[in-house]
Structure formats: structure tokens, C-alpha cells
Design a protein around this ligand. Structure first.
Ligand code: HEM
Length: 492
């Protein structure tokens, strides 16, 4: 059997063996340069992505200081696997989640292990593969509605356009035509204010600062109250069993998203009706509220940023763009993509996977140990903070040679086979792996393929694009010029 040769000249087997050795003999280190009282706060605040990426040279698990408190950065893929594999020991908790839960609630993404398993069983039903055709139909309609407004020669604020699109898709998948357009617009306005506020509240050490009546704090409080009202009003419209009842936040008709849709369950009906197979229990209203909040916060910005980054990258990678266009033209022959086309859009998927490696929307994950453990040869007491950065892991040269090079073909099956499972971890791993991974990738593929079939987005100048790490990693303001393109005649 021939061996797949990597870009470094080493065989796939050799690279895997090296990785396995690294897993078996992980090394722990300590980051130099901690200042008294401040620890590593300054490089972390100034250039968190560079700081976290640079930690790998100190070991597979590296101790840093957040002020006076220690934290450990997971730099090795093997160590990350170990953490993801044991969600009970490496749980969501500690001071960061204590700050986040009063804002976003105790939904799937923030709940501790003891609540998580039950919640996951209930929510999983809404993310089964057999739900995807319904969601994909919603995605197709919304993509079409947005693209119909595009005109050649216009300069597009790509981030804003995609945020609007993914908000509409997520809301329609959740509430299927039961939310008025102005409620969607309200969500669109509130969500970025809340994610920004959650971020500053988790990084700023002094809680009292958030209670000051500053304009930013007042904006945050107003946005949160408005978001909660919209969610509550919509849930109230569903009655006690699934399926929107009377008095919805906006019955189907003019001015609602997805007016006139027929039957079929939306995500919300599934959440309300979901019965725990083990206990037969259902979610309370409060729990449903927290899950809706979680899905909005987890599903809208992530996918919008993934696609925004993709357009940015394609704008500077003419060869990649040409191959993408060729594939889309050949597979789609000028028609909009459907779910059945996605397996054939192999290069398109590899492009997105490579973007996820270089610009993972969730660039920073956090865990706390619930008992004393030994990790990478280091003993950590219960209550230790762990930091996992999919951004830094995606740029580990031991796993991804020449990591700054944008190379979708690293994900060709033969080459990807030599990578550690879940390499880069853009969707996390184990029991807490992203529940919306299939939903998000389907959405991103459909947006990318639909746009690529009809449009080319060119950089339109303005401020240079820089990764902006907040709760998610965005390209910041991204202005691009819309050029229409003709699909090339497909091969016979
Ligand atoms: C391409 C887009 C997406 C990316 C890159 C992404 C990434 C992630 C990551 C890394 C995690 C793990 C967080 C951790 O371990 O702390 C996660 C969890 C989660 N994601 Fe996503 N996500 C995406 C799309 C979505 C979508 C579309 C939804 C919902 C509609 C969603 C809902 C969630 C939820 C609820 C969790 C918590 C899962 C749990 O703890 O059991 N995500 N996501």
C-alpha cells in the first residue's frame, strides 16, 4: 500500500506516530514573563490569539497566570482529546460561567454536567439528520430572499449581511413562520450587543463596573430585556404542547418570516414536546427559554463569521476561488443547491473546513476540573481552570505543517487520515461537541455554493481585515464589491 506523503516529506504514518508519541508522553510547561499581580494579563488582553498560539512551544499543557490565579492552556491535540473525552471531570463551571449564567441562563452550552446530559438528550432530537431537509428548505428560501436584493457594483457590508441571513435562518428554523419580521429585526439588533456585553463581562475582573449607568451598560441591559421579551412572547404562542397555538408573536401572514408554511414541526415544537427517554420528563418554560437563548447565541454569529471569513479568504486566493467556482458550476449547472448536492460539493466543504481551522468562530473554550486530576503529567487540584483554543490548536505546526498557508487539500481524505481525530477542534469534542455542527455546516455550504454560483466578492478596501476575538472570532468590518458571474457551461 502506498503511503500518503505530507508536505514536510514525512509519511502519514510517521506523522501519526509522532503525534501518538506526543499523546503518550505529554509535557507540561510554564509560560515565562508573568508579572506580579497582573500575570499574563497584558499579552492576553493585547494579542490573545498570538499569545495563545505561542504557548505550544512551552509544552502540551502550559501554566499561565490570569492575574494572580493560575490557568492551564491546552496546547497538544492529545491533551485536548483527554479533556473533551471526560466532560464530567472537565466541566463548565468556575468564575467565568458564574458570570455568564445570569445573562444567558442555564442552557445546553453553559449548564454543568449534572444538568447537561438530560438537556442534551432532549435537544438532540431537534438536530437528528432526518430534520435537515426541513431546515435546508428554510435556508434555501432565506438565502434566495437575501441574494435577490444584491446588485452588481454594490459594496456590501459582508458581516452585517450574513448576520442578518443567519439570524433569519435560525429564527425560522426555530419558530417556523411564527415570528414577525420586526421581531426578527429586534433580535438582529440585540444579539451583537449581548454577545459583546457577555465578552466584556467575562474578561473585566471588576463586576461593579457593569452596574455603573454607562451608555454601554444601559444598551446591554435594554438589549437583554428586549431579547428576553421577544423569546417569552414567542414561547407563549406555543401553548403547552408543541405547535404554535393562538396568540403567537405573529401569526403567519404578511410580515412574518416564512408566511404560509404548511405543517411540520419546528425546533421550538420539538423542544416543548421533547420527552426524556429515560425519565419521561419535559422541559419547563424557563428551560425552553434558556435553550432558545443558547441556540440564538450559539448558532447565529458562529455561522455568519465562518462564511464571512470564507469570502475574505477567497478574495485573496484566486486559485482556490477558481476551483470552487469550477466545482459549483459543474455540480449545480446554474441551479440553486439543495441538500442532495452537498456530498458532491467536496472542494467547497474542504474550503470551509480549512477556514474553520484558520479562523474557528469559537476561538477560546473554557473548562474547570471537578476533581484532582493528572493531565500531561501535571497534577491539577479540583477547581483548576483550563483554556482550550481551537485557533491555537489549528495552527499547531506539529499537526498542520505550514499552518499559515490556506490549503483546502489538507482535508483530502488520504491526507486528513493522518491527522488526529477532530483535528483543530473547531466544533469542540466529546459530550459537549457542538450540537449544531451539521446545521451550521449545511447552512454555510448552502450560502457559499449559492453565492459562488452567481457572484464573486472582491475586496473593496477600507480598514485592513484583522481577526477580532470577542465571544466569536470575526473579521471585523468587511466591505466587498459585488460582481456578477456567469456559471461556465458544464461538461457533458
Ligand atoms: C459553523 C458554525 C459553528 C461552530 C464553529 C460552532 C462551534 C461550537 C463549539 C466549538 C462548541 C463547543 C463549546 C465548548 O466545548 O465549550 C459548540 C457548542 C454548541 N453549539 Fe455550536 N458551532 C456552530 C454552529 C452552531 C449552530 C448552528 C447551533 C445551533 C443552531 C449551535 C449550537 C451549539 C450549542 C447548543 C452548543 C453547546 C453544546 C453542548 O454543550 O452540549 N452551534 N459549538
Amino acid at each position: 500500500m502506498t503511503q500518503q506523503t505530507g508536505r514536510t516529506g514525512r509519511t502519514g504514518r510517521a506523522r501519526r506516530a509522532e503525534w501518538t508519541r506526543r499523546v503518550e508522553r505529554p509535557r507540561a510547561g510554564t509560560a515565562p514573563g508573568a508579572l506580579p499581580l497582573l500575570g499574563h494579563a497584558i499579552p492576553l488582553a493585547r494579542a490573545p490569539l498570538d499569545f495563545l498560539t505561542s504557548m505550544a512551544r512551552h509544552g502540551e499543557l502550559v501554566e499561565i497566570r490570569l492575574g494572580a490565579r493560575p490557568a492551564h492552556v491546552v496546547c497538544g491535540h492529545g491533551v485536548a482529546h483527554e479533556v473533551f473525552r471526560d466532560a464530567r471531570t472537565y466541566d463548565k463551571g468556575g468564575p467565568l460561567f458564574d458570570k455568564v449564567r445570569p445573562i444567558i441562563g442555564n442552557g445546553l452550552a453553559s449548564s454543568p454536567w449534572e444538568d447537561h446530559q438530560r438537556q442534551r438528550r432532549l435537544l438532540q432530537q431537534a438536530f437528528q439528520p432526518d430534520r435537515m431537509p426541513g431546515y435546508a428548505a428554510v435556508m434555501g428560501e432565506e438565502i434566495d430572499a437575501v441574494l435577490r436584493r444584491w446588485r452588481p457594483g454594490r459594496i456590501l457590508d459582508v458581516g452585517a449581511a450574513l448576520y442578518e441571513l443567519t439570524t433569519r435562518i435560525t429564527v425560522r428554523a426555530m419558530f417556523r413562520g411564527r415570528v414577525e419580521d420586526d421581531a426578527v429585526a429586534e433580535l438582529r439588533r440585540c444579539l451583537p450587543v449581548i454577545t459583546r456585553g457577555v465578552f466584556t463581562r467575562t474578561i473585566l475582573p471588576v463586576d461593579a463596573l457593569h452596574r455603573l449607568p454607562t451608555p454601554a451598560n444601559r444598551r446591554f441591559d435594554r438589549a437583554l430585556a428586549r431579547l428576553r421579551r421577544v423569546i417569552d412572547r414567542t414561547i407563549a404562542g406555543y401553548g403547552t404542547t408543541g405547535g404554535p397555538g393562538q396568540g403567537t408573536a405573529g401569526g403567519p401572514g404578511k410580515g412574518t418570516t416564512g408566511a404560509g408554511e404548511g405543517g411540520g414541526e419546528d425546533l421550538m415544537s420539538l423542544l416543548i414536546d421533547a420527552e426524556d427517554e429515560e425519565t419521561g420528563g419535559r422541559m419547563s418554560r424557563r428551560e425552553v427559554h434558556d435553550q432558545v437563548m443558547t441556540l440564538l447565541l450559539g448558532g447565529v454569529e458562529t455561522t455568519a463569521n465562518l462564511v464571512a471569513w470564507t469570502f475574505h479568504v477567497l478574495g485573496g486566493e484566486a486559485g482556490v476561488e477558481a476551483r470552487l467556482h469550477a466545482e459549483v458550476d459543474e455540480v449545480l449547472c446554474g441551479r440553486p443547491p439543495g441538500l442532495a448536492d452537498l456530498p458532491e460539493l467536496e472542494y467547497t466543504r474542504r474550503v470551509l473546513t480549512e477556514v474553520l481551522r484558520q479562523y474557528p468562530p469559537f476561538w477560546l473554550l473554557n473548562r474547570i476540573t471537578t476533581r484532582e486530576v493528572e493531565l500531561a503529567g501535571r497534577r491539577l487540584p479540583a477547581g483548576s481552570t483550563l483554556v482550550i483554543s481551537p485557533y491555537a490548536l489549528g495552527r499547531d505546526p506539529a499537526v498542520f505543517p505550514d499552518p499559515d498557508r490556506f490549503d483546502p487539500d489538507r482535508w483530502l481524505p488520504a491526507r486528513a487520515a493522518s491527522l488526529p481525530r477532530g483535528a483543530g477542534f473547531p466544533f469542540g469534542g466529546g459530550a459537549r461537541r457542538c450540537i449544531g455542527d451539521r446545521f451550521g455546516m449545511t447552512e454555510a455550504l448552502l450560502v457559499l455554493a449559492t453565492v459562488a454560483a452567481r457572484w464573486r466578492l472582491r475586496p473593496a478596501g477600507g480598514s485592513p481585515v484583522r481577526p477580532t476575538p470577542m465571544i466569536t472570532l470575526s473579521p471585523g468590518p468587511l466591505r466587498m464589491l459585488l460582481e456578477e458571474r456567469q456559471a461556465r457551461t458544464p461538461r457533458a
